[in-house]
Design a protein around this ligand. Structure first.
Ligand code: NAP
Length: 234
């Protein structure tokens, strides 16, 4: 049985990673949505904060926000591609423990533990929990190689989402738990890779992402979708 999530009625949203480029634009777009009654934000800069370098903050943030539940929409945008210490690996010899561990922590472990906790706050009548992944995390779609730790951490994220979706289909049958590829967007993350030239405006991207997530039904749970609603291969 499919459940339409009723975003045609008033709904409450939570953006995790609200300080990021796409996160800020999602908050703006939700604020402007006529049916969105409240949009709450979590990031390293909010109180409570959520910081994947300190995984205990997920539980603290959850404890603080659970009184405000249920949410009909949760979107997690947290992710990392480069830092001041490292850039995506071009070749096998660039692989290193520090970068692999950090990308798996921020891109896969943190988002999975966030799903573990925050999926409990999705409205049992219907809701969407979307996590931003990346097309380069698709194993089948990998034609160019490179970017070892980013690709593999997003592939791990995808598997964690798919596996959780199968389990939560039983316990939260009205929820859609999905991975979303936002496309190339002008942002801090994409800037070193010609993001400003080839990326879309973040406000446009946020509106496109929202129109996809707001049209999901429970039948879409466990899918990997692009910002224009197409299904991607895992
Ligand atoms: N932009 C693109 O072209 C593109 C393409 C494909 C996929 N994506 C995915 O889309 C998502 C959003 O990307 P974006 O372009 O908006 O990047 P961004 O502007 O760099 O934002 C990244 C977000 O992640 C947060 N973050 C990073 N490390 C964190 C940590 N240790 N703990 C908690 N939060 C942390 C940042 O928080 P601070 O503000 O505190 O740093 C920020 O809110 C990411 O998951 C990315 O992989 C983006």
């Amino acid at each position: 049985m499919q459940t339409m999530t009723t975003f045609t009625k008033p709904f409450c949203a939570l953006v995790i990673g609200a300080s990021g480029t796409i996160g800020q634009s999602l908050v703006k777009a939700l604020d402007a949505h006529p049916n969105c009654t409240q949009v709450l934000q979590l990031s390293r800069h909010t109180q409570p904060a959520i910081d994947y370098h300190d995984l205990a903050t997920i539980q603290t943030a959850f404890d603080n926000l659970k009184e405000q539940a249920p949410f009909q929409l949760i979107i997690n945008t947290i992710g990392v591609l480069h830092t001041q210490q490292w850039m995506p690996e071009k070749r096998l010899k660039d692989l290193n423990e520090v970068q692999l561990k950090d990308q798996f922590l921020i891109n896969a472990i943190g988002p999975a533990l966030t799903i573990q906790q925050f999926s409990q706050l999705i409205d049992s009548q219907g809701g969407v929990f979307a996590t931003l992944s990346a097309k380069v995390g698709s194993i089948e779609d990998n034609r160019l190689g490179g970017w070892y730790s980013y690709r593999s951490s997003k592939a791990a994220l995808n598997m964690l989402i798919k596996t959780a979706a199968i389990e939560l289909k039983r316990t939260k049958p009205n929820m859609a738990l999905v991975a979303i590829h936002p496309g190339t967007v002008k942002s801090t993350l994409s800037q070193p890779f010609r993001g400003d030239e080839i990326g879309r405006d973040p406000d446009q991207a946020a509106n496109e992402i929202l129109s996809v997530v707001l049209s999901l039904t429970s039948a879409d749970t466990g899918t990997f979708k692009t910002y224009n609603g197409e299904n991607l291969p895992w």
